[in-house]
Design a protein around this ligand. Structure first.
Ligand SMILES: [Zn+2]
Length: 169
């Protein structure tokens, strides 16, 4: 049996990376990834960019039932949590399902700690003067677009009586 190496970030599932090759024809100059969909037993090809964006490596503590999505994949009910990991997507570092509440709490704590670390890292990046400048510019551009749209909307002929929109002021 082929062991899964990757999972789809949003849809889950078990995939096995086969290899890379150079594209030809319309895909000249692009690197292609060949992979095996183990659930459908299907060999497929996608671009390296698509692969890196939508698939991720399976970690040792990923739940093997839902492959980290935390959703119930056995009954296919996306609104219900997975029974293998109680919706966390992660299991014990040794690959075992949590046996009691304390083990479950430890796994949840690990997820929270990792996310806190990641948020801290992102905040540091966000606080850089160069990044703030970009964000400010983006916000200004957005406000300008909204103001322009509103102006156009007010000036435009509406469908109300008299052809002018009733703007309420
Ligand atoms: Zn699970």
């Amino acid at each position: 049996m082929t062991k899964p190496t990757h999972t789809h970030i949003t849809h889950g599932g078990r995939f096995s990376w086969v290899g890379e090759q150079q594209g030809g024809g319309a895909l000249e100059g692009q690197t292609l990834v060949c992979y095996l969909d183990l659930d459908k037993d299907l060999k497929s090809i996608t671009t390296l960019e698509d692969w890196q964006q939508h698939w991720r490596k399976i970690e040792p503590d990923d739940c093997t039932v839902c492959m980290g999505t935390g959703r119930d994949s056995i009954k296919g009910n996306a609104t219900k949590p997975c029974g293998g990991c109680y919706g966390l997507g992660k299991i014990r570092p040794d690959g075992e399902t949590p046996a009691d509440r304390w083990q479950l709490a430890e796994i949840a704590g690990g997820i929270i700690a990792r996310q806190r670390q990641e948020i801290g890292r992102l905040r540091q990046i966000e606080a850089l003067p160069e990044v703030r400048e970009i964000l400010d510019k983006q916000r200004d551009a957005q406000n300008e677009t909204i103001a322009r749209q509103e102006q156009k909307w007010r000036a435009g002929r509406g469908h109300g009586p008299g052809g002018q929109r009733a703007t309420g002021d």
